[in-house]
Design a protein around this ligand. Structure first.
Ligand SMILES: Cc1cc2nc3c(=O)[nH]c(=O)nc-3n(C[C@H](O)[C@H](O)[C@H](O)COP(=O)(O)OP(=O)(O)OC[C@H]3O[C@@H](n4cnc5c(N)ncnc54)[C@H](O)[C@@H]3O)c2cc1C
Length: 399
């Protein structure tokens, strides 16, 4: 079967692929959006929508429709190893990825993209004539042709394997695992809780309220010094055993759901951003943050930047490597500094003493809390709170 006649073939319909498809199809390009999963497929995720996700949804004109059925959380409470919790204000939502991704896929369809579910790309060829993507579908093998391929396959190494490029680093820079807890009575959490317990560091744990009776909980962290994935089930047991609140939640939950884990590609590295007739967007391009493992916002943001570049390149002629390198420059200019700051913050947060001191300062100083809120809202760099200079400025000068 040959399904031809598209300008762009997007591989992967998560937040990145859908955001790209909404933008590109909305500008009149013929977009094929290939998704390996069926409708309502789940993705291991905490479901926390932070400020950058909100901004990206606003930019796509989807904020109201996507958040309409969600209750905003009352705020975010990080807990230091010594148990100090700090209440931070901001706009946060918790979504279920089954619903969130289906809503984005529907939006891509409404914008005019052709969505092919249960369609797994197995090979990508790029040449002077165009791009050709071979895929496995329930009906057999299919071929999709376009002027440009967009790789939006997320953190799994298998997707990046489609590139056969020496610059691809298959090992992830982090891993995380989530589990839904369902309660018979309201669990009482209205904030997003983040734990940096001593037994978890350099990793973290979380409990995010999906609804009054459902929590999304989990743990995540960087690889071990030997380069192996962290032992996530072991970390989860430590969270449950050592942390009073988490332990109570696990014990009182009526149903403890199955664990689902996935790699985290962080630090805006691990793959080329572009090439001949190719753009790589979202977590495939390492767009998830170190420290928090948050990535839906930046997945959509990188895709929107890529759509601008694709639009320009296709209107000028063929999407050559030179034309598409504008995407690399845009990511470097707009996001590289921020991602470096998140990497640095992750290194510092690995030290319990630092996190305790930061939490102590934040619980005493409204200026420090405002700085942390500004970091979460992306009004300030993480360095404003997590660098020794930024931290000392608050201690010595009060903000
Ligand atoms: C446990 C955990 C908790 C997390 N919690 C949060 C959180 O609370 N907030 C947050 O913002 N981020 C969180 N993240 C990160 C977030 O999940 C990712 O940053 C985000 O999903 C990346 O979006 P994406 O579109 O790039 O990739 P994905 O969401 O992974 O989408 C990629 C899509 O490509 C499809 N695909 C893959 N290969 C192929 C192929 N060959 N052919 C066709 N389709 C293919 C997949 O089926 C998938 O639908 C968490 C991650 C994990 C693992």
């Amino acid at each position: 079967m040959a399904a031809g006649g598209h300008d762009m073939v997007v591989i992967g319909a998560g937040p990145a692929g859908c955001a790209f498809a909404v933008e590109a199809a909305g500008r009149g390009f013929r977009v094929a959006l290939l998704e390996a999963g069926a409708r309502g497929r789940d993705k291991a995720c905490g479901g926390g929508l932070m400020a950058d996700a909100g901004a990206a949804l606003q930019g796509l004109d989807l904020f109201d429709s996507v958040t309409a059925h969600l209750q905003p959380a009352a705020g975010l409470r990080p807990h230091a190893p010594n148990g100090t919790g700090v209440d931070l204000n901001g706009t946060f939502y918790v979504t279920r990825r089954t619903l969130f991704d289906a809503a984005l896929q529907d939006a891509a369809g409404r914008a005019g993209a052709d969505l092919f579910r249960e369609t797994r790309a197995t090979a990508v060829e790029r040449g002077a004539e165009g791009a050709r993507v071979t895929a496995r579908t329930p009906g057999g093998e299919a071929v999709f042709r376009g002027a440009l391929t967009v790789l939006a396959t997320g953190g799994a190494a298998q997707g990046l394997g489609l590139l056969s490029d020496a610059r691809v680093r298959r090992a992830a820079r982090g891993h995380a695992m989530r589990r839904f807890l369902t309660f018979q009575r309201p669990h009482g959490l209205t904030r997003l809780h983040l734990w940096f317990d001593r037994g978890l560091l350099p990793g973290y744990g979380w409990a995010f309220p999906v609804s009054p009776t459902v929590l999304n909980t989990g743990v995540g962290g960087p690889p071990t010094p030997a380069g192996r994935p962290p032992r996530l089930k072991h970390l989860e047991r430590r969270l449950e055993a050592d942390n009073r609140l988490a332990g109570r939640l696990y014990r009182t939950a009526g149903t403890v759901g199955e664990a689902a884990g996935a790699p985290l590609r962080t630090g805006l590295c691990g793959a080329p951003f572009s090439g001949e007739r190719l753009l790589v967007v979202g977590e495939a391009a390492g767009s998830t943050y170190a420290l928090s493992g948050e990535g839906m916002g930046k997945a959509m943001e990188t895709a929107r930047i890529a759509a601008d570049v694709a639009d320009d390149a296709l209107r000028r002629g063929a999407p050559t490597a030179d034309a598409l390198a504008a995407y690399d420059h845009a990511l470097e200019r707009r996001l590289r500094g921020l991602f470096r700051a998140y990497d640095r913050a992750q290194e510092r947060v690995a030290r319990p003493g630092f996190v305790n001191a930061l939490a102590r300062a934040a619980s005493r100083s409204a200026a420090m809390r405002r700085t942390l809120e500004d970091v979460l809202a992306e009004r300030r760099s993480p360095d404003a709170a997590f660098s020794p200079g930024g931290f000392l400025k608050h201690i010595l000068l009060g903000g």
